[in-house]
Design a binder for this molecule. Structure first.
Ligand code: FMN
Ligand code: SF4
Ligand code: SF4
Length: 262
């Protein structure tokens, strides 16, 4: 039984979550594939396909939506969705599942794991969620992983897939925010030449290939998705927006979070 999990993580929380999943599944080998940085392998050879990312303005991020939309249609291949979020999950899980199902997959399970906040405007408001996930959240996450394990066994035993497919319901959902609102919230970023050391990290972390070094970073605003990854991960706080001058960055999981999800 082969399982592949396609994931996208802007600052590392989702990456930790999928690694945790990989390390705790007992009944199958899990292949992880980072859709932002790795060559993407076809899902054809896999029996179950996982999709994992984070909540971005109440829904799945643009990069993940584009990726799902680019997949070849399949016929009822079992899938699961997993997302991290930091306060209000909105429609992420359901929207995610609907998109996956639109490509012909059958979503059998979904889980949303609460993790620390990486969105600077919410951090500024004091909504850090820094202690997430709680022990109860981790217990629930373990239950989700156990259910995937059970499903793997049931599929191995060639149980009628229809009974497995009944488990996940696509409930009513609140639509996520429009891209134009997202971009407007982020605004136009400026690079402070006094602070920038031309390290190129912003280019590396931009999953939308919107930044080029010439010789300072220059942003192609038609490609920028307003995801805050460059802002969060600039080591010199050199990326500024109209109201944010490098404060409230989220540079990645703390040691405490790494310990919890290992
Ligand atoms: C642009 C942006 C928008 C976000 N919107 C939401 C949101 O609507 N609801 C929420 O609970 N968390 C939101 N978050 C927080 C992330 O979902 C959360 O911190 C997640 O764990 C980050 O995962 P990553 O480290 O894998 O990128 C947002 C983060 C960013 C950067
Ligand atoms: S990450 Fe910051 S310091 Fe490094 S090149 Fe980009 S703006 Fe400059
Ligand atoms: S340039 Fe835009 S899309 Fe790229 S990391 Fe920065 S905010 Fe995200």
């Amino acid at each position: 039984m082969k399982v592949i999990v396609y994931y996208y993580s802007s600052t590392g929380n989702t990456k930790l979550a999928v690694n945790y999943l990989k390390n705790h599944i007992r009944n199958a080998e899990i292949k992880l594939c980072n859709i932002a940085t790795e060559e993407v392998e076809s899902p054809d050879e896999y029996d179950i396909v996982g999709f994992s990312s984070f909540t971005e303005y109440l829904g799945p991020p643009t990069l993940m939506k584009r990726f799902i939309g680019s997949l070849n249609p399949v016929s009822s291949k079992p899938a699961f969705v997993l997302n991290t979020y930091a306060g209000f999950n909105g429609s992420t899980q359901i929207e995610f599942a609907k998109q996956v199902e639109a490509r012909g997959y059958k979503v059998i399970l979904g889980y949303s794991l609460k993790t620390p906040m990486n969105y600077p405007p919410m951090k500024r408001k004091g909504k850090h969620a820094e202690n997430a996930p709680s022990l109860i959240d981790i217990e629930e996450f373990n239950l989700f992983i156990n259910k995937i394990d059970d499903t793997i066994i049931r599929i191995k035993n060639t149980e009628d897939l229809k009974s497995i497919f009944g488990a996940f319901s696509l409930k009513k959902f609140i639509p996520s925010m429009s891209r134009s609102k997202v971009k407007k919230d982020f605004g136009i970023q400026q690079i402070s030449k006094e602070q920038c050391v031309k390290c190129g990290n912003c280019v590396k972390v931009c999953a939308y290939q919107a930044i080029k070094m010439i010789p300072y970073p220059q942003v192609d605003h038609s490609k920028c998705n307003g995801c805050w990854a460059c802002y969060n991960q600039c080591p010199k706080q050199a990326i500024h927006t109209k109201s944010f001058k490098g404060d409230n960055q989220y540079k990645g999981p703390s040691q405490e979070l790494i310990n919890k999800l290992s």
